[in-house]
Ligand binder design. Structure first.
Ligand code: HEM
Ligand SMILES: NC(=O)CCn1cnc2ccccc21
Length: 290
């Protein structure tokens, strides 16, 4: 059965906005991380990785239990590099001890996306920390060296459509790959910390060449120094995915709308929020500057 979300006694929008603001202010403060990319992309990746372990067949994994805090999940080779995001969040967890880890990891991704000028992401609290024994085994996160049918099958586990898969992968407009983390290398020059539809524009407009990188892994490189993973490039090789790449390359508003819906679905997969009321939509720091 789905996990039942539990209301945090007496906590309201204002309390969660305070957590949002603490994360957002720390993001502005610590802007030098990773060649001045900042922690935003890393926090977004963490929110996806803690949710991407979900398996609808037995309702295991997913963002509910906050099991990333346990060694087995944090040490998953697929999570290499996310120690930075986890370390960034430690003082936030100390300042707001009442928030669950699952709520903190997902709220941090929402905060990072909104502060990087992405869409407003409605967010619901109520995840409850699970025991260490409930930590999913390693190996549930995707393999970047694969093709379109692999990507479609992988996301089928969450019940995602082709359109949701393409929208979600648009998050690869953020940050970069790091050879020491994943065996793929991306140039600092092309990395960004602003949420746009450029992942789709680059996929369609650049001249991509398949090359072996220093770790011996194949990746697509362009003359401008951009890179794409094989799973990224699969989105233009596979006809059914390609039509959504073309849609989002032309229409950033459509991309923002569809990304928001798919990202909420990813973060809430496996959780029954019941009658806990509607989602919160947080103000950005800029919107609060009085
Ligand atoms: C087919 C599915 C996916 C694959 C194979 C994949 C693979 C990867 C790889 C290999 C990296 C580089 C990690 C590193 O070297 O530091 C990466 C980074 C990243 N991924 Fe994905 N990813 C997938 C889906 C997603 C989704 C669904 C999201 C969010 C909605 C996402 C968000 C990010 C972000 C923001 C980064 C940059 C992190 C940073 O700069 O530290 N990815 N991904
Ligand atoms: N603009 C770039 O060359 C990097 C964009 N990019 C493409 N695939 C990615 C996967 C993860 C992070 C950034 C990615």
């Amino acid at each position: 059965a789905l996990h039942l979300a539990k209301a945090q006694d007496g906590k309201s929008l204002e309390d969660f906005q305070k957590v949002y603001n603490a994360i957002a202010e720390k993001l502005r403060d610590e802007d030098e991380f990773d060649g001045y990319i900042g922690y935003g992309p890393n926090l977004v990746r963490l929110s996806w990785h803690v949710s991407g372990t979900f398996d609808k067949n037995d309702n295991s994994g997913g963002s509910f239990g906050g099991t990333y805090r346990f060694k087995k999940e944090a040490d998953d080779p697929a999570n290499k590099g996310l120690q930075n995001a986890a370390h960034f969040l430690e003082p936030i967890a100390k300042k707001f001890p009442w928030i669950s880890h699952g709520d903190l990891y997902t709220l941090a991704g929402v905060t990072a996306l909104q502060e990087m000028q992405g869409p407003k992401i409605p967010w619901r609290p109520g995840r409850v920390d699970a025991d260490e024994k409930d930590t999913p085994e390693n190996g549930r996160l995707p393999d970047a060296s694969q093709d379109g049918s692999y990507v479609r099958h992988y996301f089928g586990r969450f019940g995602f459509t082709d359109q949701e898969i393409v929208a979600l992968l648009g998050a690869h407009c953020l940050g970069k790959t790091h050879l020491e983390n994943s065996g793929y290398e991306g140039p600092w020059g092309a990395a960004t910390n602003t949420f746009t539809n450029e992942f789709f524009v680059n996929l369609l407009n650049e001249n991509w060449k398949l090359e072996k990188n220093e770790a011996g892994n194949k990746q697509y490189n362009s003359e401008k120094g951009y890179m794409m993973l094989p799973t990224d490039y699969a989105l233009v090789q596979d006809g059914k995915f390609r039509k959504y790449v073309e849609k989002y390359a032309k229409d950033q508003d459509a991309f923002f709308e569809d990304f928001k819906s798919a990202y909420v679905k990813l973060l809430e997969n496996g959780i029954d929020f019941g009658k806990l009321g509607k989602a919160y939509v947080f103000k950005t720091l800029d919107e609060q500057d009085s």
